[in-house]
Ligand binder design. Structure first.
Ligand code: ATP
Ligand code: ZN
Length: 657
């Protein structure tokens, strides 16, 4: 007989470790590995059971009884062994132990036929549940298969096939039309379109040209591309996602932990109650022993918490899997549960509510003419990752500016960037910084205000003593920002914008999107703002959605922090989840999915407890016996799992275009 796989599915696991199956990925996620021996066992027990039944119907008597007994023993052996192992590890009260006691007890009181049926139905329940759980997790497992195994690496004038794992940062790889991209990177040469739907769920291929970033796993749908690898294999987006989801297994939902604790008390209570039922009526009232021992055994089966134990992990695995298919990633069940309760969503502005691709709309030279101004600003921003800095650099490059050499470049988070040029300390940053040096005269101030009222951001380029000029940049709101914000309102959730930009600019943009704004916030002010929002109303739960380095502290502070997929690594690492498609509307979908999941979990707990309640009563009344009791348990397990699978079909509501 093949060895049983310990703790293969939640149904197998001891009551003390119901979360064992919550990790939807990892080595345990392969259902085939576990269900094969179980399925074989199931078939064996089933065949013997059927044979014994046939014998029973034909001739009856000893032979049939022996057949039932044999079927029971074969089916029970692995279960009993697991029960023994767990008991040796000081976890005596397990589902396996309940099964073992009940089936052995049934044999002892001469109910071999029922014992065999009980063992068979138990194995059936586990197999079905294993299959269903495998489906729930397949979405995430499929991700791992997306990255091609080999990459075509360009070495000088030749191309060599190398394993994708061995790719290193800086390698140049060739991706032919129709091939999958083997690594995260930037397009070096070629103009094409990439289908990222397997990674992000975005169904339209995205046009790419040199300089654009691409994900490992995306399909090149157009012409040949050469990609410069930007992350190692372990750090590519897909590997990171898989790691996040794996971590998810350890971060259990509060509901799950409750059931965990509940089971720990509950299992000994069930055994105790069954013992009392079996012993007390005969001892005290002289009732017949067989009747009450039988009822006690049935009670053990009723008490089996299989369905309850898997109700939460099954729903969560389905939900995480569905989310992953839509490019919505959450680091586990706890986050899912917190997301369902969100009452307020705080959005960062740049890169979250807006495209994060500001463009220069005006240059105003003051102490320096425009081209020189642009070159100076670009030199200061040379290493910057801030969208404003990148926009300035892009424009300078487009205009063919020659940048003066700069040293000691540094970011001033939430304020600007600085560097030394020609021995002078230059800053590119918020006009307030320049004003602090007394560099902003009334005419300049008026120009800044007027420009900001149009929703543009103005940055000043200055030294301690001289304002070289001003640059106005404009960033458009994301296409779905206004709709998403309106959807949140309709769901009873308060949207707020938290911005590091000036009040006038932030207001202008917030007004177009339709929400309130808090502006002029430094990174630590965003943290304070999150705390304020959480304290503003009792029971408030705040979600923060952001993308930048300046959002990371706020992402960590909020009950739930979500990072835009295009966001900085810091934001992605700090956040509890990511929205890979970079759509504001995905916040809405994520919350809807979380709410649906919690509803699903509650239904599951109701199904599990409800069925048990009904059969508890009928058992004590003597209406139903052993096999209906285990059928109720198996039935509840299957119902709960099927109900959880409904979450796989969760889809975003279609809206009229
Ligand atoms: N690299 C930079 N170059 C120029 N100005 C900068 C730079 N970084 C920050 N600033 C200035 O600091 C302000 C706040 O920046 P911060 O990154 O906190 O927010 P933001 O990107 O404007 O907006 P949000 O906080 O809504 O994303 C900017 O509006 C800009 O004036
Ligand atoms: Zn059970």
């Amino acid at each position: 007989m093949p060895p049983p796989a310990p703790a293969a599915t939640a149904g197998d696991s001891p009551a003390g470790a119901p979360g064992a199956s919550a990790a939807p990925a990892g080595p345990d996620a392969d259902p085939a590995r576990h269900s094969t021996p179980k399925a074989r066992l199931l078939l064996g027990t089933g065949a013997l059971l059927a044979l014994a039944w046939a014998v029973d119907l034909a001739v009856g008597g000893r032979v049939a009884q022996a057949g039932f007994m044999l079927a029971t023993l074969i089916g029970l052996a692995p279960v009993a062994r697991r029960a023994g192992q767990m008991a040796a590890a000081r976890m005596p009260f397990t589902i396996e132990m309940l099964m073992t006691i009940a089936a052995t007890g049934a044999l002892v009181i001469g109910a071999a036929q029922e014992a065999a049926l009980v063992v068979f139905l138990f194995a059936l329940g586990e197999t079905l549940e294993g299959l269903a759980a495998g489906r729930a997790r397949s979405g995430i497992r499929a991700l791992a298969a997306l990255v091609p195994r080999t990459a075509r690496v360009v070495v000088g004038s030749t191309i060599r096939d190398l394993p994708a794992e061995s790719l290193a940062i800086g390698h140049l790889v060739q991706v032919r039309p129709g091939d999958r991209i083997p690594a995260d990177g930037t397009v070096a040469t070629g103009i094409s379109a990439v289908d990222e739907s397997p990674v992000t769920g975005e169904s339209l291929p995205r046009p790419v040209s040199p300089g654009d970033t691409v994900f490992a796993g995306a399909i090149n749908t157009g012409a040949e591309l050469r990609i410069r690898v930007s992350t190692s294999f372990e750090d590519n987006t897909i590997s990171r996602i898989l790691r996040l989801v794996e971590e998810a297994g350890s971060a259990r939902a509060p509901t799950e932990r409750f059931i965990d604790r509940f089971s720990r008390v509950y299992m000994p209570a069930v055994v105790g109650a069954a013992l009392l039922v079996a012993v007390l009526p005969p001892l005290l009232a002289g009732a017949p022993w067989e009747t009450w021992v039988y009822r006690g055994l049935a009670l053990l089966l009723i008490g089996c918490p299989c369905a309850l134990v898997i109700s939460v992990p099954a729903s969560i695995a389905s939900a995480l899997s569905t989310g992953a298919r839509h490019g919505l990633l959450l680091k586990g069940g706890a986050v899912l549960e917190a997301t369902a309760g969100v009452t307020c969503v705080a959005f960062d502005k740049t890169g979250t509510l807006t495209e994060g691709r500001p463009r220069i709309v005006a240059l105003r030279g003051i102490a320096q003419e425009e081209t020189g101004l642009l070159a100076t600003a670009a030199a200061v921003e040379a290493g910057a990752s801030h969208p404003l800095g990148r926009a300035i650099l892009a424009r300078a490059e487009a205009e063919g500016c020659v940048l003066p050499p700069a040293t000691g470049a540094a970011a001033l988070p939430g304020r600007g960037a600085r560097a030394t040029i020609d021995g002078q300390d230059w800053t590119v940053g918020s006009p307030d910084l320049a004003a602090q040096h007394g560099l902003v005269d009334p005419a300049t101030r008026a120009w800044i205000s007027a420009t900001e009222e149009t929703g543009a951001t103005v940055v000043a380029v200055f030294t301690q003593s001289r304002l070289a000029g001003l640059i106005a940049l404009r960033d458009e709101p994301r296409a779905d920002a206004a709709t998403a914000v309106a959807d949140l309102r309709r769901m009873g959730i308060t949207p707020v914008m938290l911005s590091g930009d000036t009040p006038r600019t932030a207001q202008a943009i917030a007004q177009r999107i339709g929400l309130a704004a808090r502006a002029g916030l430094l990174p630590q002010d965003k943290v304070t703002a999150i705390r304020d929002l959480a304290a503003a109303t009792p029971g408030a739960r705040v979600m923060m959605v952001g993308d930048g380095i300046n959002d990371a502290p706020a992402l960590a502070t909020a009950q739930v922090g979500l990072a835009m997929g295009s966001g900085t690594d810091v934001a992605l690492e700090t956040a509890d989840g990511a929205l890979l498609r970079d759509r504001v509307g995905d916040v809405v979908i994520q919350i809807r999915l979380a709410r649906a999941t919690m509803a699903n979990i509650h239904q599951n707990v109701a199904i599990a407890l409800g069925l048990k309640g009904v059969f508890l009563v009928t058992t004590l009344l003597g209406v139903t016996g052993l096999w209906p009791a285990i059928l109720a348990d198996t039935g509840a397990t299957v119902l709960v799992t099927l109900n959880a699978l409904r979450l796989l079909r969760f889809s975003e509501p279609r809206r009229p275009a």
